[in-house]
Design a protein around this ligand. Structure first.
Ligand code: PLP
Length: 386
């Protein structure tokens, strides 16, 4: 008899929403190419248009500002372009897709430090902008961090950037669908989205441009997406993304319930003597995602913790999930000043709209098992763990 597993790795990817599945299933049977002028093409174009409207609405943008891509990674690589700028300034806690794109020309790269909560230092950003003599400057700061959930002061950063004549890109992959996002309120020039983080399919995303911004294509060829991203659109994926966007907008209230579940997890681990005071507890409520907890058992390697919890029926991840399967020390926690013993031993527990009390119960039971082993390994006294 197999017991239900607890999937607590929503920041890696979320389950497909039924609305997205339905829209994708319908799109499978649409034969036309959205660029074709005949009736079949127009039918496909209508699906594309409808999805574009839904994605635009989710972030308070006009539909013609949305450029579909193959996901968050491509969107980030298209925006963070050392070939187009003289200086690229990124935060120290960006996702690898931003870091890798920004590092193509290391001579152009500057890094904004973060504090112990993972929040960027706006004074340092101001100084970096003041100091640069470069004319074409791009700043890239994520909206919410994928490992610890810190929400950045993007509108303040955007004001600084624009006052200095710099453009600003924001990777909002982890925030969109979890917190209300408004292009106008953020004031950024480019926003990155990824469908699979809010219940759409994997392998589709978008760049949303500010009123005065346009994307320089990374992929060239046809005139799709207003010549900003060539290639026949992934119609099925985009249909799923549009439906997921509508469902995400309608389900914003779910996150209050999710926050209470996350708080239960933090309260449980918080009362276990010796569990690392991971950074999220330092972050002020309202300045972090409601679904993310980071927990450390110093002395145990995070990948070992992930494997043990997996065997106990609980899926979590070690810092940033690494596609190669290898786990490296979290650069996010390092940038936040966490000692190596904490950074190496931190797991990320992330919840979503389908998470229930039973998942949290399962996590707590599995974590208690892990905790007992950890105490034994340390040779500590036997502890009663509720
Ligand atoms: N940016 C952030 C903050 C992410 O968490 C991720 C995925 O984990 C990405 C970008 C990459 O998005 P995608 O998986 O759609 O390429």
């Amino acid at each position: 008899m197999s017991e239900k597993r607890a999937y607590l790795d929503w920041n890696a990817t979320a389950p497909l929403r039924p609305e997205a599945r339905e829209a994708m299933t319908a799109a499978f049977d649409v034969v036309g190419n959205p660029s074709s002028v005949h009736a079949e093409g127009r039918r496909a174009a209508a699906i594309l248009r409808d999805a574009r409207d839904a994605v635009a609405e989710l972030v308070g943008a006009a539909s013609d500002r949305v450029v579909f891509t193959s996901g968050g990674t491509e969107a980030n690589a298209t925006c963070v372009r050392p070939d187009l700028y003289d200086r690229i300034i990124v935060s120290a806690v960006e996702h690898d897709s931003v870091k890798a794109a920004a590092s193509v020309d290391p001579a152009k790269l500057c890094v904004i430090p973060v504090d112990a909560t993972g929040e960027i230092d706006l004074t340092a950003l101001d100084r970096l902008l003041d100091e640069t003599a470069a004319e074409r400057v791009l700043v890239s700061v994520m909206l919410a961090n994928n490992e610890v959930g810190t929400i950045q002061p993007i509108s303040e950063a955007a004001e600084l950037c624009h006052a200095h004549g710099a453009a600003i890109h924001c990777d909002a992959v982890q925030a969109v669908g979890k917190v209300p996002v408004s292009m106008a309120a953020l004031g950024v020039d480019f926003l990155t989205l990824s469908a699979h983080k809010f219940g759409g399919p994997k392998g589709v995303g978008a760049i949303v441009c500010g009123p005065a911004a346009a994307v320089a294509p990374l992929v060239r060829g046809g005139g799709q997406e207003w010549r900003q991203r060539a290639g026949t659109e992934n119609l099925i994926g985009i249909a799923g993304m549009g439906a997921a966007a509508r469902a995400a907008a309608a389900g914003m209230d779910d996150w209050t319930r999710v926050a209470a579940l996350r708080d239960r997890i933090e309260a449980f681990v918080g009362k276990l003597p010796g569990v690392g005071a991971s950074a999220p507890v330092l972050i002020a409520p309202g300045c972090r995602l409601s679904n993310t907890a980071a927990v450390a058992l110093p002395g145990l390697k995070a990948d070992m913790m992930v494997m043990t919890l997996d065997l106990e029926g609980v899926a979590v991840s070690a810092g940033a999930a690494c596609s190669s399967g290898k786990v490296k020390r979290s650069s996010v926690l390092e940038a936040m000043g966490a000692p190596a013993a904490i950074a190496d031993a931190t797991i990320r527990v992330s919840l979503g709209w389908e998470t229930g009390d039973d998942d949290v119960d399962r996590f707590c039971t599995a974590f208690a098992t892990l905790y007992r082993r950890w105490r034994q390994r340390l040779g500590a006294d036997r502890l009663e763990v509720a």
